[in-house]
Design a protein around this ligand. Structure first.
Ligand code: ARG
Length: 469
């Protein structure tokens, strides 16, 4: 059968394979709310401009409202032969109100229509992700405040480096997720222009009012160039780039949770709610949620990659290739929302094991830098020399299999006779972290101050409610 919406010059209908490759209704039906909202705004504007009558606009809008209810109720019959959400809705409108429905497509095209719908959908998705980030940051910050004085090993190369506090470590992620919110907000600001009225590619000869439709749909302004309006997918790539970076951050925290929850590390205990057992090994508690969050990053970054390659080299203006933008972005943003929620749950539930953390913080000569700093401060030794002296002391400790603070003063003095027992005050991990008071350092007082600052900032940056258009 010929396509009833555009088949005028065709004598034959599409091959079954053509229908398979061409149809997007299987995934773009998600855009139904946005599509109805865009059509409503367009119909109203056409009437205001005298392009269609007020009666026709009213009929169209009533029909669209019926369609919205049908889709929400699950009674709408989607047809693959009608390709996509736009034609499915328009065809149903014709069934409902007759030939008047055909007036809705005056001065527009599916090209500006889909670009409008997708911008609206992504705008809403960004608002939801912003809310999820806000929740996660809230949990991380509260845990940071609680664990501000809790010492743990800080690592470089995953080797014990210097003691830090758990609160400081968690606040590092708050910084990352704060930047993620900023990236999403930037993407949102740039995408919030209306392509509606660009029509197929060249604009239209009808006296439309693009500002009116832009305002009704909550856009800041109409886009400036009709060709760019229908061929631009920067807003999708930019959102996926922000999503990809956020997913990478999540994957790093997820990996730490995986490591921390092993019996070898035993830094945190995860809750039953976000772990699974093994059907064969009764002792096991597997960090599946963390592992899946770690893995989702691959999928999300993959979506960005897929879309960039779809867009690469496309000539202006619209090309059907661009229909391939939707599945990756739907999938990726959904995966990110789920990851953020799972991470928020894990962070809220996890129980840091203070005694194990403290013990590990003291292992691996983590206060060697404190010893070197003491030599610099108290003996006015150049840092390079202090580093060397400390290295010799660590070698002795290693030989004796003792932590630094257990060495006899005589052992220390054998390397550097001017060392006094004053030095033992800096060799404890608590002293070490307390002394790191430089701006941005790990001292518990700093961490408390920073956590409180973040709580105030979070209270001031409540996410905007997603409008669900
Ligand atoms: N389903 C199409 C898409 O997602 C809508 C635009 C179709 N435009 C066209 N000229 N065939 O991109």
């Amino acid at each position: 059968m010929k396509n009833s919406m555009w088949g005028g010059r065709f004598t034959q209908g599409p091959d079954a394979i053509m229908e398979d490759i061409n149809a997007s209704i299987g995934f773009d039906r998600r855009l139904f709310r946005q599509d109805v909202a865009g059509s409503r705004a367009h119909a109203r504007m056409l009437a205001q401009q005298g392009i269609i009558t007020a009666d026709d606009a009213e009929n169209i809008i009533t029909g669209l409202d019926t369609i919205l209810r049908e889709i929400e109720a699950g009674s709408f019959k989607f047809s693959r032969a009608l390709e996509d959400i736009h034609l499915n809705i328009e065809s149903r409108l014709t069934e409902l109100i007759g030939p008047t429905a055909g007036r809705l497509h005056t001065a527009r095209s599916r090209n500006d229509q889909v670009a409008t719908d997708l911008r609206l959908w992504i705008r809403d998705a960004i608002d939801q992700l912003d809310g999820a980030l806000h929740v996660l940051m809230g949990h991380l910050t509260e845990r940071a405040l609680e664990t501000a004085p809790m010492v743990m090993p800080g690592f470089t190369h995953l080797q014990s480096a210097q003691p830090v506090t758990m609160g400081h470590h968690l606040l590092a992620y708050v910084e990352m997720f704060g930047r993620d919110r900023g990236r999403f907000a930037d993407a949102r600001r740039r995408l919030n222009e209306s392509p509606l009225g660009a029509a197929a590619l060249a604009g239209t000869s009808f006296p439309i009012d693009r500002r009116a439709t832009a305002a009704e749909l909550g856009f800041d302004r109409p886009t400036a160039n009709s060709l760019d309006s229908v061929s631009d997918r920067d807003f999708v790539m930019e959102t996926l780039a922000a999503a990809g970076i956020c997913a990478v951050h999540l994957s790093r925290l997820a990996e730490e949770i995986v490591i921390w929850s092993t019996s070898q590390f035993a830094f945190v205990k995860l809750s039953d709610r976000f772990t699974t057992g093994s059907s064969i090994m009764p002792q096991k508690r597997n960090p599946d949620a963390a592992e899946l969050v770690r893995a989702k990053a691959g999928r999300i970054v993959g979506a960005l990659n897929a879309l960039m390659i779809v867009m690469k080299g496309l000539p202006l203006a619209y090309c059907k290739d661009m229909q391939e933008d939707k599945e990756p972005v739907f999938d990726a943003l959904e995966a990110l929302a789920l990851s953020l929620a799972a991470m928020a749950g894990m962070v809220a539930d996890m129980e840091p094991q203070a005694a194990n953390l403290r013990k590990a913080a003291g292992a691996g000569y983590a206060t060697a830098t404190d010893l070197a700093d003491w030599l610099v401060r108290e003996l006015a030794m150049p840092f390079r020399e202090a580093h060397h002296v400390t290295g010799r002391i660590v070698a002795i400790a290693e030989e004796r299999r003792l932590p630094l603070h257990r060495l006899a003063l005589a052992d220390l003095q054998a390397v550097e006779p001017r060392i006094t027992d004053e030095v033992f005050t800096v060799l404890s991990v608590t002293r070490s972290v307390r002394s790191r008071t430089s701006q941005g350092g790990t001292a518990p007082a700093n961490v408390r101050r920073e956590a409180r600052r973040w709580l105030r900032r979070l209270a001031k940056s409540e996410p905007r409610p997603a409008d669900g258009t």
